[in-house]
Design a protein around this ligand. Structure first.
Ligand code: SF4
Length: 82
């Protein structure tokens, strides 16, 4: 099996920069209230399965999705409700 690893290839390093969190604690503080608001909107949405807390539009488990949102401030509503 051929090894194609190139230690000088910066492609992944450059991509990862988009997702690096410079100040994780600050990011969580900024996104925490917005994530809470997002879940409030989900609870009024007809796509929200309240038993399993799943969005039937995107299939996401909303508690996990909101954790992701808090950490990287990305994870949009598929219907642009938030
Ligand atoms: S469509 Fe948007 S608002 Fe509705 S449950 Fe899914 S993520 Fe929440």
């Amino acid at each position: 099996m051929e090894n194609n690893y190139d230690p000088n290839n910066q492609e992944w390093d450059e991509k990862s920069q988009q997702y690096l969190i410079k100040d994780l604690k600050q990011q969580v503080v900024v996104s925490k209230n917005k994530a809470k608001d997002n879940l409030s909107i989900c609870k009024t949405c007809d796509k929200f399965d309240s038993k399993w807390r799943i969005c039937n539009e995107c299939g996401c488990q909303m508690d996990l999705k909101n954790i992701v949102y808090r950490l990287i401030n990305k994870s949009p509503c598929p219907l642009d409700k938030w």
